[in-house]
Design a protein around this ligand. Sequence first.
Ligand code: NDP
Ligand code: 2IT
Length: 451
Amino acid sequence: MARSSQTYIDSFLKDFGERHAAEPEFVQSVREVAGSLGGLLDKHPEYQDAAILERISEPERLIQFRVAWTDDAGKVQINRGYRVQFSSLLGPYKGGLRFHPSVNRSVLQFLGFEQIFKNSLTGLWLGGAKGGADFDPKGKSDAEVMRFCQAFITELANYIGPDTDVPAGDIGVGSREIGYMFGQYKKLAGEFHGSLTGKGVDWGGSNLRPEATGYGLVYFVEAMLQERDDSLDGKTVAISGAGNVAQYAAQKALQQGATVLTMSDSDGTIYDADGIDNEKLQYIMKLKNAERGRIREYANKYETAEFKEGQAPWGVKADVYLPCATQNELDEAGAKQLVVHKPLIVAEGANMPTTPEAYQVLRQAGIAFGPGKASNAGGVAVSGLEMAQNSSRTQWSHEDVDERLQSIMQDIHAKCVKYGKDDTGATDYVRGANAAGFQRVAQAMLSQGIV
Ligand code: NDP
Ligand code: 2IT
């Protein structure tokens, strides 16, 4: 006999929190999802009986391995590598690889858990996974990065494949790293197939994969604005981060007629009151992607800009905020700074950049909030399209992929509205995204039996 949903969720979260006391990010992400499911579990008592929540919050497999490599000075270096194969309910395990010193089991389990529901929302056949290593690419030579990537993928190679598990990029893993890993993987496998996404467009990659997360984020924001008969045209946008997601979010925001005021990295924020236009964005792309420089250099080049050392962009007044750097970068203090500017929207390009306390501040201020598993799903969606193109040995045009991406983001937005609309007619995008993503997973789990 099922208990009341809320009692059940509370008791589940209490047990989960105790079992994972040393994994705060993982607990945070599970809390966020489970906390949204009251209404859905009321309607589906069978989910409780089948222990869907208990099963889906336990990774199917967690692989940890040693990565040994040699630096340019000939010194032996050791890093810890991981792959969390979280759920294969909806397709091959799918999710990025992160190379950053902060990588650990907690961070990767949170990211893998998020990925299950994000991938579910895309409507594609994608399971959920995440992986990476506590390797810091900053300050490493190209040759060192190549040797590390080769050592890393040599260990992971036995566990991945086009129908098994398909990694891609994330923080610290871009086209350079995917190239080195693909080269080594292909040599080991003796076959050329789509076992990684984010490949170069001339050697198996999809058009628009580099742009997809940032562009998808802006398409999602446009859909949110359209709900209130508004658009990005003429709006000001503050972006955090200066990496892959931030760069292409900025590019698409400019195309939509917005003014981009900020970008940042872990040293601080550049604020350009005149706006970061296309030419200035090209400079940032070259600075970050080719020269691997720091965002502060922008303020040396452009007099209109100010570098705010050690600060995030939340103190700058804007209509739309797009956190695109990392988890928990928008905290309660940041949210309090931000709400003073009475923005329309905060939408997450990064995974879980908003702390639960910050989210409450935004919610109480009535700011529309796009949660990452919905708003940043464009990247993995185009990865899914890359897999489809690889399987059929074809390549779709830029326009074709863009059309599909727009349609997927609008579809995700519609699901959030369908599952998240409350009695007042307002949409709770967090509840909508979690309930819609969870339901597809839960139905698959019921159908596939206890395995
Ligand atoms: P990149 O490595 O290209 O860029 C990361 C950016 O975030 C850099 O500007 C980096 O600054 C900043 N950053 C990283 N860690 C921190 C930190 N601890 N504090 C402050 N700034 C930090 O990564 P992506 O753009 O690919 O990823 C950004 C976010 O988007 C991540 O949360 C990722 O999980 C998420 N995401 C990425 C997708 C993708 O397709 N790439 C898809 C969906 C989500 P610095 O150089 O100083 O470290
Ligand atoms: O967080 C994410 O969705 C990603 N890093 C992209 C994953 C993917 O497989 O393209």
